[in-house]
Design a binder for this molecule. Structure first.
Ligand code: SF4
Length: 546
C-alpha cells in the first residue's frame, strides 16, 4: 500500500488539514473554492549544501512556514540543463507539512525510469505531479545530453493514471498496488497563431482525458488570452481547476524571455520597453513588477482561475508583499485591471471575439475562424494538399478495415509474415517508399495517419505523438528552423474540416520493440500502438523478478 503522509503520521484516513499542517492541493482544488497560492522553486545546480542549494532550501523552508502559501512546485531540469533533483528539496519541505508539486518531464527519462520514479515518489509521500514533455536538453557534461522523449506528457499522464488505477501488472500478471497521484498538466495558451492555439487546447483536452486533474498555464502577459482559456474549457465542458501563471518579471528576465531563451515564453517588444523603462527607476522597477504580479493575481481570481502560480527570482518577503498588494483590490477591481495586463503579440489569434467594452473575450467564437471552419467542413475529400489527400486515400483503402484493399493487403502481409524473404521484400519496399515520401526512420510503429502524414521521428525533435509541445515560437520548433509538424498537420486537416478531432482518441504510446520492423505489417497484423491501445497493459517479463 502506498504510504501517504497521513498514514505515515498514523492518522488513518487522509485528513486534508491534518497533523502535517497545510491542506492538500487535491482537497483545496477539488473540494473547496478557495483561491490558492502556489510558488515555483527552481532547484540550483550543485549540492544542496552549496550556496545556491542552501539559498533555495532556505527560501522553501520560509515559504513552508508561510500560511498563505498552499503549495511549492519544484521544477525538473528546466531549460534543458542539469539541476539538483526536485526530490531533495521536496523531501525536506514535505516533512515540514508543505504541499509539494513535483515536475516530471520526459526529456531525461524513459518510460521505465519514469515509472520507477513514480513508485519512488508515491512511496515517499509525493502525491502531486505535474507531467510534461520538458524542454529539449541543450547542455550537459562534456556536451549536450541526449534527449530521451521515449513517451510524452500525454503518455506519461496515461501511465501515471494506470498506476493510480493499479493497472500495471507485475511479473506474474497480478495487478500492482495503486499509487495516489493528483496529476497536473501544463497548457501553453499564449500562442499567436491559430495553428498553435487550437492544437494546444486540444492537447489539454487529451491530457485531461488521460488523467490530468488540474492545469497550470505557461507564462504570459495578456489577460484576454487567459480569459479565453477558461472560456474554451467551459465551452467544451472540461471541468478542471486551472491555476494561473504569474511570473514576476524584472528587466533582465524580460530581456531573457524576449530573446526566446525559454521555449514557449514570449515577452513582447512593448512589455520589454516598459520593463526597461522601469529598470531606470531608483528601485530598478521592483515595485512596478510586484504590482504587475498583484494585478495578474487579482485578474486571475476575477476570471475564475483557482489560484496563482507565482514564479520569478524573489525573496521570501516578496511573496507576502505581492499577496498583500493583490488583497488591496476590491472584488470588482479586476475588470479595470485587465487593460494593464494586455501585451498581445502581433496579429494574435483569439478563439473568441473581443468584448471591446471590457477587453476580455466575448462568448462569440471568432467570426473569421468560424467562417473558415464552415467553409472547410463538408469539403470534397481531395481538398487541400494533394499529397496529403493521396496518402489519406491510400491509407483508408489499405489499412482501414472498411477499405477496399484492406482484406487483400492484410492477407498478403499475413502470408509474408511467415516467410522471411517475403517479409524482407515488403519491408524493403516500404522503407524505400516511406523514406522518399516521409523521411521515414523505420520506427516500426507508425504515427503518420495521426499527424496528417508527417513523421514525428524524423521531423519532431521531441517525437511528440500526442500533440504539440509548448516550445514553438511563431510555429517554429524550439530547436532548429523547422515549422512544427503539429502546426502543419493542423493546416492540412483544417483544409478538410477535420482539425477539431485531430487529437481525439487514447494516448499514442510508441512500442520500441517494433523498431526496425515493418510498420505496415505491424499495423495490418495488429501489433502497433493502435492495437495495443485496445488491449490491457502487458505483464512485465518474468526475468524482471530477479
Ligand atoms: S514508421 Fe515511424 S519513422 Fe517511419 S514514417 Fe512512420 S512514424 Fe515516421
Amino acid at each position: 500500500m502506498t504510504a501517504s503522509r497521513s498514514d505515515l503520521a498514523g492518522s488513518g484516513a487522509r485528513d486534508p488539514a491534518g497533523a502535517w499542517g497545510k491542506s492538500t492541493l487535491r482537497h483545496l482544488l477539488t473540494e473547496t473554492d478557495r483561491f490558492l497560492t502556489v510558488v515555483e522553486l527552481v532547484p540550483s545546480r550543485g549540492l544542496v549544501t552549496d550556496e545556491g542549494g542552501r539559498r533555495v532550501l532556505a527560501l522553501g523552508r520560509a515559504l513552508a512556514e508561510n500560511p498563505r502559501i498552499d503549495g511549492l512546485s519544484l521544477t525538473d531540469n528546466p531549460g534543458g540543463g542539469a539541476m539538483l533533483a526536485a526530490d531533495t528539496l521536496g523531501t525536506d519541505l514535505l516533512a515540514r507539512g508543505q504541499e509539494v508539486i513535483i515536475h516530471l518531464a520526459c526529456k531525461d527519462w524513459n518510460r521505465n525510469a519514469l515509472q520507477s520514479r513514480g513508485w519512488k515518489l508515491s512511496s515517499e509521500g509525493f502525491d502531486n505531479v505535474l507531467a510534461m514533455s520538458g524542454d529539449y536538453p541543450i547542455s550537459g557534461y562534456h556536451g549536450a545530453a541526449s534527449p530521451v522523449f521515449d513517451i510524452d506528457s500525454v503518455g506519461l499522464l496515461q501511465m501515471l493514471s494506470d498506476m493510480n488505477a493499479g493497472l500495471l501488472p507485475g511479473p506474474s500478471g497480478e495487478l500492482r498496488e495503486r499509487t495516489d497521484f493528483f496529476l497536473g498538466a501544463v497548457v501553453t495558451n499564449h500562442k499567436p497563431h491559430e495553428r498553435e492555439v487550437i492544437p494546444q487546447y486540444l492537447k489539454l483536452k487529451r491530457k485531461i482525458e488521460c488523467g490530468a486533474a488540474f492545469a497550470i498555464n505557461q507564462i504570459g502577459y495578456h489577460a484576454r488570452k487567459d480569459d479565453e482559456l477558461l472560456r474554451w474549457l467551459s465551452l467544451n465542458d472540461l471541468q478542471v481547476p486551472v491555476v494561473a501563471n504569474v511570473y514576476v518579471l524584472s528587466a533582465k528576465a524580460a530581456r531573457f524571455f524576449q530573446a526566446g531563451k525559454v521555449p514557449g515564453v514570449v515577452v513582447t517588444d512593448e512589455l520589454l520597453a516598459l520593463a526597461e523603462q522601469q529598470e531606470a527607476s531608483p528601485d530598478r522597477g521592483r515595485s512596478f513588477f510586484l504590482e504587475l504580479a498583484a494585478k495578474q493575481i487579482a485578474i486571475a481570481r476575477g476570471l475564475g482561475f483557482r489560484g496563482a502560480y507565482i514564479g520569478g527570482h524573489l525573496v521570501a518577503t516578496d511573496y507576502d508583499e505581492i499577496l498583500e498588494r493583490a488583497d488591496t483590490y476590491e472584488p470588482g477591481d479586476w475588470r479595470s485591471l485587465i487593460r494593464d495586463v494586455r501585451f498581445p503579440q502581433a496579429d494574435e489569434f483569439h478563439y473568441f471575439e473581443e468584448d471591446t467594452e471590457t477587453g476580455r473575450s466575448s462568448d462569440e467564437v471568432n467570426r473569421e475562424y468560424a467562417r473558415t471552419r464552415a467553409r472547410a467542413s463538408g469539403r470534397r475529400p481531395f481538398r487541400g494538399s494533394v499529397a496529403y489527400s493521396f496518402n489519406r486515400f491510400m491509407h483508408g483503402a489499405m489499412f482501414e478495415p472498411s477499405g477496399r484493399l484492406h482484406r487483400i493487403v492484410r492477407a498478403v502481409y499475413r502470408r509474408a509474415d511467415t516467410r522471411p524473404t517475403g517479409e524482407r521484400l515488403l519491408h524493403g519496399m516500404e522503407r524505400v517508399t516511406k523514406g522518399v515520401l516521409f523521411d521515414c526512420h523505420d520506427c516500426g510503429d507508425c504515427s503518420l495517419p495521426e499527424i496528417a502524414y508527417l513523421c514525428p521521428e524524423s521531423q519532431c525533435v521531441k517525437n511528440q505523438r500526442n500533440g504539440p509541445c509548448g516550445g514553438t515560437r511563431d510555429s517554429i520548433c524550439e530547436i532548429g528552423e523547422k515549422e512544427c509538424i503539429w502546426a502543419r498537420a493542423y493546416e492540412r486537416l483544417k483544409a478538410q474540416g477535420k482539425e477539431e478531432t485531430m487529437l481525439d482518441g487514447p494516448a499514442v504510446i510508441q512500442d520500441n520493440a517494433l523498431r526496425g520492423t515493418s510498420a505496415w505489417s505491424n499495423a495490418l497484423l495488429d501489433r502497433d500502438h493502435r492495437a495495443q491501445r485496445a488491449a490491457p497493459p502487458k505483464a512485465a517479463p518474468e526475468e524482471d523478478v530477479a
